[in-house]
Write a protein of this length. Structure first.
Length: 92
């Protein structure tokens, strides 16, 4: 792999991370005004508890928000499956 290919890959990964952070930040802000429940914003399904974002979906994965990190807690194939899985989470 040459250096120009490596630079391109690094740039793509950085862009992906920044885009994911923007979406997560948008969801955090939306959650502050929502009652407990499961909502969607574009292709993303997310869960709110006590005006806090607890989980959201991305690329077939269910992510739990854990401080500044996301932890994969499940996988899904269809959006309806993701909604059902987020609704079944209790106590977090």
């Amino acid at each position: 792999m040459n250096s120009s290919m490596l630079k391109k890959i690094i740039k793509e990964e950085i862009t992906k991370v920044l885009t994911e952070d923007k979406m997560r930040n948008k969801l955090i802000e939306k959650a502050k005004t929502k009652p407990d429940g499961v909502y969607s914003l574009g292709p993303v399904v997310y869960r709110v508890k006590n005006n806090t974002l607890t989980h959201y979906t991305e690329d077939g994965q269910i992510l739990e928000v854990y401080g500044h990190f996301n932890v994969i807690v499940g996988k899904y194939e269809f959006r309806d499956d993701a909604k059902r899985m987020l609704k079944s989470i209790v106590g977090r």
